[in-house]
Ligand binder design. Structure first.
Ligand code: ACM
Length: 554
């Protein structure tokens, strides 16, 4: 009988709970290695060939799984008795490699572990040496995730990230066993998805004349026009690329606030009886714009058209959730607008807060009728939420706790803990630093399920995501710096069943990080080095936001 023991010091991130590593010489990956993929596991077969095969210059051709060849075969199998995203990985002499998953996704996560077993060179795109076989240890690993929602939100509005960079981030998510990509596609500073029936959203709304360089306190400007957008085929490609990696994409179209880019493109979407929206630009500064959507039938019909195209681009099987934003909608224009006030009266609403709620509920019913689930930032709780809607809890835990206790599904992403735009060190060298100091260790000690929740509410915590707002991230290098290495710690929080925050073995995690940095180097990730930024990562003289005082893990 095989005894599975907890791993003492292994190098995996996120850490599997049970590993039995009996040392080297389990299996040699070489020119004669073949893959035997059971029907249903083809995504992993293709992925192994494209990544590990390319890294070692090996064909990893399809082959049978007969006993004679067992020691030269990577076998991919399904076993519904395992947890859906769980897997078992075994390697040994005469055994080859066997990855058994509870579902195709489980097999895929097992393949991620296989790549980590192989060593950092498995993360390159072509062989760096003369090649030759690569050894795997004799090992047995059983693993499954703590949460079904393990996400990253990427803001491509504040700074546009070209399509190839988005695809690369999907690869980076997969390498960390993260399975949700929340795609923040619209905001005051730019509209990033082509909508055929409203072409000006991208013709005009995707571009701004200039950009604040640094955070709001900075007096620097980048006078280069900035923007870009994804065509509908770009989006389909991104969605298919994610699906091949068992990642669901959650598109976000932010309403009724954070909409200045849309209003700039179509002035009739704004509160035209309060301001002249015909000259409103796509916003060039950061913060919360007062220019919000008008609560009119014109606006509802316009956005139904937008969401119709969004539902077509993001099919139900891989995008069951549609995010409608709902955060930070200033009510000043609605207070002044005769049109908005007439709507409040006509609907018998108490105030502008209820008007926002009416707006969100309209799209909640609209999405539900089309078989999708609405998700929004925790402001959507104010004024009551329709059954089935889910909440991204960003203003701390409180919104998520209230929503979960009320029976709504929740994704925990409190800004005090997992907003990766916030600085990761308190020193003066941090480039364009903003807000809280949240170190690698702080993220490692982040706990998505706060104490005191009822058992029923705990079951409504779908999981957690890290959010990446890109006001001070002008390009992929800045995104890499802010996201890594903290996303590695976050991935372990989301996947592994870690003890309570104070009891987590951060020293052990750091030891494993030594191996993980080598993987990130091989992948070409521009992370923040443990000793602080490299010269090219510094941004001297660019003002950010002062340090905020709240301690982490509150
Ligand atoms: C948010 O950070 N406004 C969701």
């Amino acid at each position: 009988m095989h005894h599975l023991v907890p791993a003492p010091v292994r190098t995996h991130i996120p850490a599997p709970p049970h590993t039995d590593d009996q040392g080297p010489n389990g299996f040699l990956l070489g020119p004669s290695t073949t893959i035997s993929a059971q029907p249903g596991t083809e995504t992993t077969e293709r992925w192994l060939r494209a990544t590990v095969g390319a890294a070692y210059g090996l064909p990893l051709a399809p082959g049978p799984a007969d006993a004679e060849r067992a020691g030269h075969t990577v076998r991919l199998r399904l076993d519904p008795a395992l947890e859906p995203e769980g897997y078992r990985l075994r390697t040994g002499p005469g055994l080859g490699v066997e990855i058994t998953g509870g579902s195709p996704a489980g097999v895929f996560w097992g393949a991620q572990t296989l790549r980590q077993l192989l060593g950092p060179e498995a993360f390159r795109s072509a062989p760096v040496g003369p090649g030759g076989p690569s050894a795997l240890p004799v090992a047995e690993i059983e693993d499954s995730p703590r949460f079904p929602w393990r996400g990253l939100m990427l803001d491509v509005s504040r700074h546009f990230l070209p399509k190839d960079d988005v695809l690369r981030y999907l690869d980076l998510l997969a390498a960390h066993k993260l399975n949700v990509f929340h795609f923040h596609l619209t905001d005051d500073q730019g509209w990033r998805v082509e909508i055929r029936r409203h072409p000006r959203l991208t013709e005009a709304g995707a571009w701004r004349a200039r950009t604040k360089y640094g955070h709001r306190a900075s007096d620097l400007w980048d006078e280069t026009p900035h923007g870009g957008y994804y065509t509908q085929d770009d989006i389909r490609e991104i969605v298919a690329y994610a699906a091949a990696r068992h990642i669901q994409v959650v598109p976000e179209i932010d309403i009724p606030g954070h909409s200045q880019a849309a209003i700039s493109a179509y002035p009739e979407l704004g509160n035209t009886d309060v301001i002249d929206t015909s000259t409103l630009p796509v916003w060039d500064n950061w913060g919360v714009s007062p220019n919000v959507l008008a609560p009119t039938d014109t606006v509802l019909r316009f956005y139904e058209g937008v969401f119709e195209e969004i539902l077509d681009l993001f099919p139900a099987d891989t995008s069951p959730f549609i995010h409608v934003g709902g955060d930070e909608c200033p009510k000043d224009q609605w207070k002044e607008s005769a049109t908005a006030q007439a709507r409040i009266a006509e609907l018998g609403l108490a105030d502008e807060k209820e008007l926002q709620s009416w707006f969100i509920r309209h799209f909640d019913s609209w999405l539900s009728a089309r078989g999708r689930r609405l998700i929004g930032w925790d402001e959507i709780l104010e004024g009551g939420l329709a059954e089935g809607a889910a909440v991204s809890s960003w203003r701390g835990y409180a919104g998520g706790v209230a929503a979960a206790e009320a029976g709504h599904d929740v994704v925990m992403c409190p800004e005090q803990q997992v907003y990766l735009d916030h600085r990761q060190h308190g020193g003066t060298d941090e480039p364009m630093p903003i807000g809280y100091v949240r170190t690698l260790e702080d993220v490692y000690r982040f706990e998505p399920v706060p104490p005191g929740l009822s058992d029923a509410a705990v079951r409504h915590i779908l999981g957690t995501q890290a959010n990446v707002w890109t006001e001070v991230m002008q390009n992929r290098a800045r995104v890499d710096y802010q996201v890594f290495p903290r996303l590695a710690a976050f991935a372990e929080v989301a996947w592994s069943r870690l003890p309570a925050p104070a009891e987590r073995d951060f020293a052990g995690f750091e030891r494993r990080m030594a191996s993980h940095y080598a993987r990130l180097d091989a992948l070409g990730v521009g992370y923040r080095p443990p000793g602080g930024p490299l010269p090219g990562q510094l941004r001297p003289g660019v003002l950010g936001r002062p340090i905020e005082g709240t301690p982490p893990n509150v």
